[in-house]
Design a protein around this ligand. Structure first.
Ligand code: ADP
Length: 508
């Protein structure tokens, strides 16, 4: 029998991102895209510029020297990719009132740059620019738009090292993961450069002899794209790629914690020949920017990745002007390990599924559900693998776990661990802040976790692996589905057909 190790990602609400970021009217296209977007299946084999130097804080640069941060920043300034202004109608712009916000390196606490703290007025102007640009951008041929996107993709890849360093500096993930994000993020632009040419219409049989029914795909107009900090590049390209491909224009609002990557990507979009006003970037007061996007009748679609709470606000706010909405919200992924799993592969797979980006992704394994026959063995092997994860500044070679994004993230993790231990969970490894200080948290393994604990009910969004014990297949299914959030099912077991069948049967 073939051993079976795989990840099936079910993104019921979040999955709408791909089509929802594909702002086309048309039933058939939506259906075709939904086939693409519903499930991701990954089989794990057994072998398995200097222009804005004024914004840069030289004092901080020297503080960052030890970790390579200063060198990284200097290189970014020289490459012209450290942009520190918003982009409105093709012009790099400060906040109208001159206010700014600091962007920190979470690994050192140092300030990397100041960016404008924008609000309603700047957002209104960005929307007007996108609205004006829509007239010409939407009238280009698909091939012309495709060429621009392809050029943008090429530039993203040409600058992959610079972009990866920027991601690590402002977000904290290890450089290797950041490089992976650049490849992953750029791929959305490449993919939609191709898809731009394949937006087909359809002819539907009519019930009346003198009628013809056609489905024509048309770009909806200006799209507001609100993105989170955990994938500062990829969450933008995933939204902007399809929007631009089909002729829409965008106003991007990146997370204020990680705006620099968004600005660098926008600079490369301009260099690629994407006309001024097609891509705009504003950041600052999130609710003012969000409310302005929602209130505008010129914005026809909102695409968002982030918290469920903010997603609900946006969904309600979009009703006033009846905008299309695509939401990619929180998750609670179960990773299921069956008794007959190959222990090495199960440990490696669970490690990757849990600790990528220090546990700060929506499809990170939030609960590791282990069958009782293998529970102790798995817990021991898993804990020793977790112990080997090197924690530190992501710019340092060999580091596998960066810092958490901010202090609030650490507080959340602390409160979840405290809640679990107060209800009977045991800390097998970690369970506290790392001796490096800042927002570093020790990679943690909890055992004897049950469904009453916050760690199994809500996204911990941090490096904490709760191990839950199960007896039968039915128990596993019940535990895995005992959540209101989206699930990414990750299965490890002995028989490929059985496990696949079991997991597919749950994807309803
Ligand atoms: P997270 O907890 O992952 O930071 P959030 O939902 O708070 O998730 O943030 C995701 C994105 O939503 C960020 O760009 C953030 O600035 C933005 N955001 C937060 N609140 C609002 C709001 N009221 N309106 C529009 N965007 C918002």
């Amino acid at each position: 029998m073939q051993p079976c190790h795989f990840l099936i990602t079910r993104l019921s609400v979040r999955s709408l991102a791909l089509s929802t970021v594909t702002p086309m009217a048309g039933i058939i296209y939506q259906q075709r895209m939904s086939a693409l977007r519903s499930y991701n299946l990954l089989l794990l084999s057994r072998s398995s510029q200097s222009l804005h130097r004024r914004h840069y804080h030289l004092r901080q640069m020297s503080m960052d020297t030890q970790s390579g941060g200063a060198a990284a920043v200097a290189r970014l300034i020289d490459s012209g990719l450290l942009k520190t202004q918003g982009l409105i109608g093709g012009k790099w712009t400060d906040a109208y009132d001159g206010n700014s916000i600091k962007v920190h390196n979470p690994a050192t606490g140092d300030v990397i740059a100041n960016v404008p703290c924008m609000g309603r007025k700047e957002t209104t102007d960005a929307i007007s620019s996108a609205y004006d640009a829509f007239n010409s951008w939407s009238k280009l041929t698909a091939t012309e738009r495709s060429k621009c996107l392809r050029k943008w993709y090429d530039l993203l890849i040409d600058h992959k090292e610079d972009l990866a360093q920027l991601i690590t500096l402002e977000q904290g993930k290890p450089l290797k993961e950041a490089l992976g994000e650049v490849a992953y993020g750029a791929n959305f632009i490449e993919f939609y450069a191709e898809e731009a040419k394949r937006v087909y219409g359809d002819i539907i049989p009519s019930t009346l002899a003198d009628r013809r029914l056609f489905v024509l795909k048309q770009p909806v107009g200006v799209v507001g794209a609100i993105t989170p900090w955990n994938f500062p590049l990829a969450m933008i390209t995933r939204k902007v790629g399809p929007a631009l491909a089909c002729g829409c224009t965008v106003v991007i609002k990146p997370s204020e914690l990680t705006p620099l990557t968004a600005l660098a990507a926008a600079e490369l979009a301009l260099k690629a020949g994407i006309p001024p006003g097609v891509v705009n970037v504003v950041m600052g007061n999130a609710s003012d920017i969000g409310d302005t996007l929602l209130a505008s009748s010129q914005v026809r679609k909102i695409t968002f990745t982030g918290s469920t709470a903010v997603g609900k606000k946006l969904m309600a706010g979009a009703a006033g002007t009846v905008k299309k909405v695509s939401l990619e919200l929180g998750g609670n992924a179960p990773c299921i390990v069956f008794d007959d799993a190959d222990l090495d592969v199960a440990v490696k797979g669970s490690l990757a599924a849990k600790f990528r980006n220090s546990g700060q992704t929506c499809v990170c394994a939030n609960r590791i559900i282990v069958q009782e026959g293998i529970y102790e063995k798995f817990a021991n092997a898993f804990a020793s693998a977790v112990q080997n994860l090197q924690v530190g500044n992501g710019l340092i070679e060999g580091v596998a776990q960066g810092p958490l994004i901010n202090e609030a993230a650490v507080h959340k993790v602390e409160s979840f661990v405290q809640d679990a231990t107060s209800k009977g969970a045991k800390v097998m490894l970690g369970g506290k802040r790392h001796s490096l200080g800042m927002t570093f948290y020790e990679p943690t393994v909890l055992t004897d976790v049950n469904s009453e604990m916050l760690v199994s009910r809500e996204e911990v969004f941090g490096p904490v692996a709760p191990l839950i014990r199960f007896k039968t297949e039915e128990d596993a299914i019940h535990i895995a589905n005992d959540t209101n959030a989206d699930n990414a099912y990750i299965g490890k077991g002995g028989n490929r057909d059985e496990v696949l069948q079991l997991l597919y049967s749950q994807l309803c």
